[in-house]
Design a protein around this ligand. Structure first.
Ligand code: FAD
Length: 370
């Protein structure tokens, strides 16, 4: 493949960029992915891997239909990655529990469960005594919980490993430690991108830069994405959990090897990625509030990541300021869930196709119009 004349350039090798690259290569397009660091080491690496359209998305949100399809896509993707790359992404369908500690929590969750049932989705309230039976390590002070049995989870780091391996096996060139600095347009069309040392002509560009989406010079739309920092922690030798459990304004995600991934804070502090004592203290509070026996667990690791947030909380998926420029981002708290599907949609858009999804609510130009 000539690296000088790709059909599509993908900016950013997070879950969105890698998914787009896999799809482009599958359709026979020549594609180069650029990342200013190591592929898949930013938000997509930091995440918990919860695939939870039901626990996370309001029933009336325009995002729900896409999020439900994205959850299904993970089922087939896990099978494809195992078959094509040998990477097992630990996709598990044990469901998600959301604990209720107060009457207010119970009312909110009951309303959510009823709204989802009305949409034909599976969801139910479980009593305190049933909770003790299905998730014995959960805090016995919980009055009950909402159970979303069809919400899933995945090991996001393995997923990135699988997507990278698949992209490489399909002939995608991934250029790590090479930042894209800017884009050039001519007559309203994308013409080229530049790194610190090179100008690369291209007719199509996917901006999958996550929290950094607005940092590409020459992009007159400057996608309105900003970073929201989250602290994370992993525990070993802690209690055993079967479900992803939400509670105490956070969550615990169990991994197959017994680790518990605890998240997360929501901090508007720009691009600061330091792990702070305050952040870790909050995670300990979350973990012990959900499963009291985690007090005795060992803290194996702590880290942070930057969620790509938008002003209205909805993604940006669609044409950018120029013909041939596709924006695929702003996936905020649900980018592991949405990323594979959004990457595939971005690939179709970059190839000039019309995807079979209603993307109107996600039009990147909506803020410019407003
Ligand atoms: C703490 C935390 C927990 C989360 N938990 C979950 C969860 O459980 N479930 C879920 O669905 N979602 C979760 N998310 C959200 C999810 O991780 C993100 O929405 C998703 O990873 C965004 O993917 P992305 O590909 O858009 O961005 P990223 O993964 O951040 O990728 C963007 C890439 O662009 C690269 N880049 C930046 N600037 C340049 C440049 N100039 N040139 C080239 N490359 C550049 C970066 O190096 C990076 O690799 C969580 C996020 C955080 C932070």
């Amino acid at each position: 493949m000539s690296s000088k004349s790709p059909d599509v350039i993908v900016a950013g090798a997070g879950i969105v960029g890698l998914s787009a690259a896999c799809e482009l290569a599958k359709r026979g397009a020549r594609c180069i992915v650029f990342d200013r660091g190591q592929a898949g080491r930013e938000a997509s690496f930091a995440a918990g891997g919860i695939l939870s359209p039901q626990a996370e998305t309001a029933p009336g949100s325009p995002l729900l239909p896409l999020a439900l399809k994205a959850r299904d896509r993970h089922i087939s993707l896990a099978e494809e990655l195992l078959r094509l790359t040998g990477v097992a992404v630990e996709h598990h369908r044990y469901g998600v529990l959301s604990l209720a500690f107060s009457d207010e929590d119970e009312t909110r969750l009951r309303t959510l469960v009823e709204a989802q049932k009305n949409l034909g989705l599976r969801a139910e309230m479980v009593s305190g005594s049933s909770l003790t039976r299905i998730e014995p390590a959960a805090d016995p002070r919980a009055k009950g919980a909402a159970l979303f049995p069809d919400d899933h989870r995945v090991d996001n780091r393995r997923l990135l490993e699988g997507l990278k391996a698949l992209a490489l096996s399909r002939g995608v060139e991934i250029r790590e430690y090479t930042a894209l600095r800017g884009l050039e347009a001519r007559d309203g069309r994308i013409a080229a991108v530049s790194t610190d040392t090179e100008r690369i002509p291209t007719a199509a560009l996917i901006n999958a830069l996550g929290a950094w989406a607005r940092q590409m010079s020459g992009d007159t739309l400057a996608p309105p994405v900003h970073p929201v920092k989250g602290h994370m922690m992993s525990l070993v030798d802690g209690p055993s959990l079967r479900h992803v459990v939400y509670g105490n304004h956070g969550y615990i995600v169990p991994r197959v090897d017994g680790r518990l991934i605890v998240g997360s804070t929501m901090e508007e502090v720009g691009f600061d990625t330091r792990v702070t004592a305050e952040g870790v203290a909050r995670l300990i509070e979350i973990a012990t509030g959900i499963a009291p026996a985690s007090k005795k667990a060992t803290i194996a690791d702590t880290w942070t990541g930057l969620r790509p947030a938008t002003p209205d909380g909805l993604p940006l998926i669609g044409r950018g300021a120029f013909e041939g420029l596709v924006i695929a981002g702003g996936l905020f708290r649900n980018g592991i869930l949405l990323g594979p599907m959004v990457g595939e949609i971005a690939a179709a858009l970059a190839l000039g196709e019309t995807p079979a999804h209603d993307l109107r609510a996600f039009d990147p130009a909506r803020f410019a119009r407003a």
